[in-house]
Write a protein that binds this ligand. Structure first.
Ligand code: ZN
Length: 72
């Protein structure tokens, strides 16, 4: 069983491993899960390149915040 968050119902549900398909892409890995709650297919992307891109984006936001003057 794999716990997932259903974006349709907003609930955490357990999906059977039979409902999970892992697809390798050049820059990330995608887990396609057939949702037991809503019957739809939800895609979760993961992988080192995607993780690094998210970290870079978060760092950029933090630097921008740090550069913005705050009133005393
Ligand atoms: Zn769902």
């Amino acid at each position: 069983m794999l716990p997932i968050s259903c974006p349709t119902t907003g609930n955490r549900v357990l999906a059977s491993l039979d409902a999970v398909r892992i697809i390798n892409h050049p820059d990330h890995i995608a887990a396609h899960v057939t949702c037991p709650a809503c019957g739809g297919e939800h895609v979760r992307r993961t992988g080192r390149a995607l993780h690094r891109a998210r970290q870079d984006a978060a760092l950029e936001v933090a630097v921008r915040r740090a550069e913005t003057p705050v009133p005393a």
